[in-house]
Design a protein around this ligand. Structure first.
Ligand SMILES: C[S@@+](CC[C@H](N)C(=O)[O-])C[C@H]1O[C@@H](n2cnc3c(N)ncnc32)[C@H](O)[C@@H]1O
Length: 215
């Protein structure tokens, strides 16, 4: 699979990834990881976890993808990895690897797929997860006030009622709802990314959190 080292792309083979993963007690994967700060912080606070950020776009990741390969004294982290891929094309190396998956404030095809319960995206998440893995997602697309991006204009409002109508499709993919809640600033400010700061500053900061379990 393709990994990012600063601006450069590299390849990590199935065998090398499997060997790396066995050195850690837990594998955490953040989908649509944006600038990669969430994974950077997670890897720092959990040195015994392998923390992987996956995103289809590379530009915003360059800074953190360079930092993790520096010496430890300069911010280097051997337990962080940034993978370039759309979730729709989940690299086979990552299948059945994640103990926990996060999706924080998705947009684009990731958001559409999750809100419309697209089978390709739900099945990719299910394939990524180990049995019993948790999937925690934070949604807020109220922030896209005028002009709402074209690809999001037909999405339903993301209320708890919308969530309930979707869960049948998630369950069919093997993802069972454990918790759904509206969360506020106390939760959003635990996410260290630029996008989370943007959500916090918006008048529509109210965010829906879903926690699911892979069965
Ligand atoms: C709002 S941004 C960043 C969110 C980030 N988790 C944060 O908290 O800052 C949403 C991210 O989702 C990524 N994304 C959109 N569709 C995707 C897909 N199909 N697969 C992987 N990443 C995707 C975008 O490239 C973007 O970086």
């Amino acid at each position: 699979m393709e990994i990012l080292k600063g601006k450069k792309s590299d390849t990590l083979s199935h065998v090398d990834f499997a060997a790396l993963a066995t050195r850690y007690s837990h594998v955490a994967v953040d989908i649509g990881t944006g600038d990669g700060k969430f994974i950077y912080q997670l890897a720092r606070t959990h040195p015994d976890w392998l923390c992987i950020g996956l995103d289809a776009a590379r530009e915003n990741l360059v800074e953190n993808a360079a930092k993790i390969y520096k010496k430890p004294a300069k911010g280097g982290l051997a337990n962080a990895l940034y993978v370039i891929s759309a979730i729709e094309n989940l690299p086979p190396e990552l299948e059945n690897s994640a103990d926990s998956i996060t999706v924080n404030f998705p947009w684009g095809s990731l958001l559409r797929g999750l809100v419309l319960a697209d089978a390709t995206i739900l099945n990719a998440l299910a394939r990524l997860a180990k049995p019993n893995a948790t999937l925690t997602m934070l949604f807020n697309y109220n922030i896209f006030d005028d002009p709402v991006p074209l690809e999001l204009r037909d999405l339903p409002a993301f209320t708890l009622a919308t969530v309930d109508s979707l869960m049948l499709h998630y369950a069919a993919a093997g993802l069972m709802l454990v918790e759904r809640a509206i969360v506020g600033a106390d939760v959003i400010q635990t996410i260290p990314t630029l996008w989370a700061k943007r959500v916090l500053l918006s008048p529509n900061a109210e965010t829906v959190r879903l926690v699911l379990r892979r069965v």
